[in-house]
Design a protein around this ligand. Structure first.
Ligand SMILES: Nc1ncnc2c1ncn2[C@@H]1O[C@H](COP(=O)(O)OP(=O)(O)OP(=O)(O)O)[C@@H](O)[C@H]1O
Length: 323
């Protein structure tokens, strides 16, 4: 069942056409990734889906409600974690959640139980009475995720949930994302510019210059780019090249004493080869296309994450994260 269905979503900021007609369908229970370089239109799109920003054009429904006519209903049924922190540093973790529960009209008798449950989910229960200003970046992000879940949303929107966090914390945040999906069955819609993280999504929409340029599973997107490359080390390299030609009708080459061959799927080719190969093999390795290769093929531009672990300072002028 579709939980987000929009067509022709557009947004212009004076001379900048930030979003140029986005069509999107996201299904219940999916982890859906919106992947694109800095300035591609990710935040603008997510803001329109969350009804924070009014689209110039387009139509659709989010969480079963019309984006234009039922804004309040949309808001009641989604959770949102912004790119920049919005917690009150001078309140405790518990107090921050209590405040959110009040705003969302969660009945008094349910508040404590719900707060405790989400705190346990992101493993912050033991720190519930600590001031947020004593939290690490990762703990704050976990608390924001907990807050986004408090009112039982159908969809949780996360705008760059791991930006600015160290690699280990990023891995943890992803563990929570998968746990929430599994335990709550909710749909997760997130934006990212990290290629490696996008691999964690069930499906990805690649956005560039305000337009979706590809939408599929990570595996299908990578298959679009090309084949797997298999490298074989053997003292009988020339014999192996001939064997591969005769048996599989594939053109293998010898590069730096290694047999190199492009195949559709390394997982099926390698066992088939090794079963019948009459020559000794000392090592086999494979190279598969990455999402970076996908972006390069689609846009002709190389992707290099220039930002590293730096978080964009709120209000700081927009820098390009990708080339
Ligand atoms: N409030 C605004 N006023 C003017 N231009 C804006 C505004 N918000 C976004 N833009 C412009 O719209 C384009 C898309 O920006 P958007 O923030 O949606 O990109 P993004 O993919 O989310 O990038 P980032 O990773 O930096 O958040 C950019 O050119 C940006 O400068």
């Amino acid at each position: 069942m579709a939980v987000i269905e929009v067509t022709g979503l557009t947004k212009r900021f004076k001379e900048v056409e930030a979003v140029k007609g986005v069509d999107l369908t996201v299904y219940e229970g999916e982890v859906f990734g919106f992947l694109g370089p800095n300035g591609a239109g990710k935040t603008t799109t997510i803001s329109m889906l969350c009804t924070i920003l009014k689209p110039d054009g387009g139509q659709g429904q989010v969480a079963g409600y019309d984006l234009w006519l039922e804004k309040d209903k949309v808001r009641q049924n989604i959770g949102l974690v912004f790119q920049d922190p919005t917690l009150d540093r001078n309140l405790t973790a518990y107090e921050n959640l209590w405040f959110h529960a009040l705003i969302y009209g969660i009945p008094a008798r349910e508040r404590r139980e719900r707060i405790e449950m989400v705190l346990k989910m992101v493993e912050l229960y033991e720190r519930k009475d600590s001031l947020v200003q004593t939290f690490s970046g990762g703990m704050k992000r976990r608390l924001e995720i907990a807050r986004g879940l408090l009112h039982h949303p159908k969809i949780l929107f996360l705008d760059e949930p791991t930006v600015g966090l160290d690699p280990q914390t990023r891995v943890h945040i992803w563990e929570y994302i998968h746990k929430i999906r599994k335990e709550k069955g909710i749909t997760i819609f997130l934006t990212t510019h990290y290629m490696d993280e996008a691999e964690n999504c069930d499906r990805i929409a690649v956005i560039d210059q305000g337009k979706i340029i590809a939408l599929d599973t990570p595996d299908n997107l990578k298959q679009m780019v090309g084949n797997n490359i298999v490298y074989i080390n053997s003292p009988e390299a020339a014999g192996i090249v001939t064997f591969i030609k005769e048996k599989f009708n594939l053109e293998a080459k010898i590069v730096k004493n290694q047999v190199v061959v492009e195949v559709k799927e390394a997982e099926t080719f390698i066992p088939a080869l090794l079963r019948e190969l009459p020559f000794p093999v000392t090592a086999v390795s494979i190279k598969k296309p990455t999402l970076d290769d996908v972006f390069l093929k689609l846009t002709g531009r190389e992707i290099r994450d220039e930002v590293g672990e730096n978080h964009r300072t709120p209000g700081f002028s927009r820098r390009r994260r990708w080339r």
